[in-house]
Design a protein around this ligand. Structure first.
Ligand SMILES: C[S@@+](CC[C@H](N)C(=O)[O-])C[C@H]1O[C@@H](n2cnc3c(N)ncnc32)[C@H](O)[C@@H]1O
Length: 340
C-alpha cells in the first residue's frame, strides 16, 4: 500500500494559490518542480551562505561577475551617455553583495535614478531591500515581483523611466547562471527583450562548458540543489530513507540535472483552494528539481548556439567575453535592429 502524506502547512505559507496550482501541475504532469520555487523560506539562508562563500573565496564565479560589473561601470560613467541617469534593473536580485559597489558608484556619481530588484521571490526582494537600503539610505530602491518565465517585463519597469527633469534609461543586469536554470530559455529572453528600448543594454553572465568528449555526473554533495531537494522532501513529508538525490548529465537535453528518486509508493495530498487533490508517486519515479543547460564553447572559442538563441529572441550580442578558467561568458546585448 502507498504511504499517504499531506503537504505541510509551511508550503502554503510560501506560495500563492496560483503558484501552488502551478507546482501541483508541474509535479502531476511532468514530475518537475521548477527551480524558481526554491528561493524562499528556509532556503534563503542557503542562498545567503552561498553569496558569502563566493564573496570570500579568492576565485569564484561571483568574482568574475563583479569584475564584469566593474568594467560596465567604468564604461558607462566615463563615456558620453545618451541619458542623464540610469535605472539599474537587477533581474533575479538574490545577491545584493555583488551589486553593492556597482550601485554605490552610480549613486556617488549622481547617475542613478532607481535600483529595481525584479524577482519571483518576495523573500529575496525583502533581503535585497534590507541590505541595499541599509548600505545606501538615499537609494531609491524599488522591488517588483515578476516571474520571467511567464510574462513580459512588467510595465512598472517602463514607468521608472519617467522623470520630469532628466532623461532616464534602464540597464538590465541578469547575472549568476540563472538563465541556464530555466525550462524555456528563449521565452525568458523574449520576456526581457519585450521591455527593452533600442538604446538600452542587457548585461548577462552564465557558466558554459568547453567541448569535452566525456562528461562527469553532477556532484551534488555541496550543491544548492541538495538543500532544495531536502526542502521539497520536507514539504511533501516524504521520509528521507525513501528518496535518493541524483546528480547527472542529461545527454538528450544537453545539461546537468538534479532529480529525486522515490523509493516507495506515495500518495500525497495537496490542498488547492478548497479542494484536495492527490498525486501518486510510484517507487522508481524521479522528480527533476534542478537543471543547468550547458552551452558549449567550440575549440576556436566561438559559441554558435548562444548567438543563435539570442538572435532568435530578438537580441544582438555586441560583446562576448569568456573567462576561461571558470568557464563563464559575459555578454552585452541590445535589441536587434530588425526587431526595433
Ligand atoms: C542564483 S540567483 C542569482 C542572483 C544574482 N543575480 C547573482 O548574480 O548571483 C537567482 C535569482 O533569480 C530569481 N529567479 C529564479 N527564477 C525566476 C523566475 N522565473 N522569475 C523571476 N525571478 C526568478 C531567484 O528568486 C533568485 O533571486
Amino acid at each position: 500500500m502507498a504511504i499517504a502524506t499531506t503537504v505541510k502547512p509551511k508550503f502554503y505559507e510560501l506560495f500563492s494559490t496560483a503558484q501552488v496550482r502551478e507546482i501541483f501541475q508541474f509535479l502531476q504532469h511532468d514530475r518537475i518542480i521548477p527551480f524558481k520555487f526554491f528561493y524562499q523560506g528556509d532556503l534563503i539562508k542557503s542562498w545567503q551562505a552561498l553569496n558569502e562563500e563566493q564573496a570570500k573565496a579568492p576565485i569564484s564565479s561571483a568574482k568574475v561577475d563583479d569584475n564584469f560589473l566593474r568594467r560596465i561601470c567604468i564604461k558607462l560613467l566615463q563615456s558620453e551617455a545618451t541619458c542623464d541617469r540610469w535605472n539599474i534593473v537587477d533581474i533575479g536580485a538574490a545577491n545584493p553583495q555583488l551589486v553593492k559597489r556597482f550601485v554605490g558608484s552610480f549613486l556617488e556619481n549622481n547617475r542613478l535614478n532607481a535600483y529595481l530588484a525584479l524577482d519571483i521571490s518576495p523573500d529575496i526582494l525583502e533581503m535585497s531591500q534590507q541590505d541595499l537600503t541599509t548600505w545606501f539610505p538615499a537609494l531609491n530602491w524599488q522591488g517588483i515581483q515578476w516571474d520571467f518565465e511567464q510574462t513580459p517585463l512588467p510595465n512598472a519597469v517602463a514607468v521608472q523611466r519617467q522623470n520630469e527633469t532628466q532623461t532616464v534609461e534602464n540597464m538590465y543586469l541578469y547575472t549568476g547562471d540563472t538563465f541556464c536554470n530555466v525550462i524555456d530559455r528563449l521565452a525568458v529572453l523574449q520576456n526581457v527583450a519585450a521591455g527593452m528600448q533600442p538604446q538600452e543594454y542587457l548585461y548577462i553572465t552564465f557558466g558554459v562548458e568547453f567541448k569535452v568528449s566525456t562528461r562527469q555526473d553532477m556532484d551534488i554533495k555541496t550543491h544548492i540543489s541538495k538543500s532544495a531537494s531536502l526542502e521539497l522532501l520536507d514539504w511533501l513529508d516524504i521520509n528521507l530513507n525513501d528518496a535518493d538525490i541524483l546528480g547527472y548529465f542529461d545527454e538528450e537535453w544537453g545539461g546537468y540535472k538534479t532529480d529525486i528518486l522515490i523509493k516507495a509508493d506515495y500518495d500525497i495530498t495537496f490542498r488547492i483552494q478548497d479542494k484536495t487533490e492527490i498525486i501518486s508517486l510510484k517507487q522508481g519515479e524521479q522528480i527533476n528539481i534542478y537543471r543547468f543547460f550547458a552551452y558549449t564553447i567550440e575549440p576556436d572559442n566561438s559559441a554558435p548556439q548562444i548567438f543563435a538563441d539570442f538572435q532568435q529572441a530578438g537580441l544582438e550580442i555586441l560583446s562576448y567575453r569568456i573567462e576561461p578558467i571558470l568557464s563563464r561568458v559575459m555578454l552585452v546585448c541590445r535589441l536587434l535592429p530588425a526587431s526595433q
